[in-house]
Write a protein that binds this ligand. Structure first.
Ligand SMILES: O=C[C@H](O)COP(=O)(O)O
Length: 329
């Protein structure tokens, strides 16, 4: 079987759209956003069973998923050694013998995602690979440090070589309906990023309602977010299908009204290949094939890659290896 999947770096030049500049805060639009919980739940309940891709198609979709992973380590005990091992995995996400049998070469993960202190090590380890480094920022995960320090943290990570910045929003602005404060904060974070792309982490598990998720999504896009991201991975509820549906529809709405395509990053608790397939099919159904590229879609995941590699090994050998053989990623 020949499954041609190009690396994200190879895909980017012809795929990149104009960057979202943002727009003035439109409160009528924001307050008009609603979320019908029972309709959303009904739609999501049908998703896992509905679209099942098999055999070679499944392998191709799993390879696609790999190119969209922000391979992540966000632990208090991260070391330079761990980050270097993860970067080696980002450069070569699947064992060479498995890729040979799939007829694929040159794939990488979408990015590496680390805390600020690990950015220089990751940048050095990924030199020449085309894999960008994403830094979580702005007092991740709670986002409750002094505002000027949150802004300064972005600048430090950009200076250290991060090409993508994952900021956390102030959940209290959403919970109190202070959309202007959320907009102003996000606008300032975006400005501090300069040319680095900014992903706005909504921490949806802490926003109370799906309607708040829809409104916060719109405000962050209006303030210039390049991506909206569900979670830090540290909330008690992280990425879910209902939240994803609401955020994807906000992205669709924003695209229809402004012409700008905003990326989506579900993050936290996505660790199985079959879950990745459900997310890919949700993207395809809600937003179309254009959103299946790494410049518009990422998984934030620390252990998903290991399960995908295991499934690909099963695809080419017919046997499952032990999970520990695919530990990194
Ligand atoms: O943004 C990424 C998340 O922190 C990763 O979460 P995870 O460890 O549950 O995959």
């Amino acid at each position: 079987m020949q499954t041609k999947v190009e690396s994200p770096a190879a895909q980017l030049p012809q795929m990149v759209d104009a960057r979202n500049p943002g727009q003035p805060l439109d409160l009528d639009w924001v307050l008009g956003a609603q979320a019908n919980l029972s309709a959303i739940e009904r739609r999501c309940a049908t998703l896992p069973g509905r679209r099942s891709v098999k055999k070679d198609h499944q392998a191709a979709w799993l390879l696609k998923a790999i190119t969209c992973i922000d391979l992540t380590t966000l632990s208090g005990d991260d070391t330079v050694g761990r980050v270097r091992r993860l970067c080696a995995k980002a450069r070569q996400p699947v064992r060479a013998d498995i890729l040979d049998r799939l007829g694929v070469s040159g794939i990488t993960t979408g990015a590496i995602c680390v805390y600020h202190e690990m950015v220089p090590a990751a940048v050095a380890a990924l030199d020449g690979s085309g894999v960008p480094v994403a830094a979580v920022s702005t007092g991740f995960p709670a986002g409750l440090s002094p505002f000027h320090l949150r802004v300064a943290e972005i600048g430090e990570s950009v200076k250290a070589g991060a090409a993508e910045i994952d900021i956390v929003i102030s959940r209290r602005h959403v919970l109190t309906g202070d959309w202007q404060a959320l907009y102003d904060e996000m606008r300032e974070f975006r400005a501090a990023c300069g040319d680095a792309h900014v992903k706005a982490i909504l921490a949806t598990g802490e926003l109370g309602t799906l309607r708040n998720v829809a409104r916060a999504s719109l405000v962050c896009m209006m303030a210039g977010a390049d991506f909206i991201k569900t979670s830090t991975g540290k909330e008690s509820v992280n990425a879910t299908l209902p939240v994803s549906l609401v955020m994807l529809r906000a992205i669709r709405d924003y695209h229809e009204r402004t012409g700008y395509r905003i990326g989506y990053k579900p993050a936290g608790g996505i660790s199985k290949a079959k879950d990745a397939l459900v997310y890919l099919s949700l993207m395809k159904e809600e937003l179309g094939d254009r959103w299946l590229q790494p410049d518009l879609f990422r998984f934030g995941a620390s252990s998903l890659l290991g399960d995908i590699e295991r499934q690909l090994e099963h695809h080419v050998t017919g046997a499952y290896s032990a999970g520990w053989r695919h530990a990194a990623g």
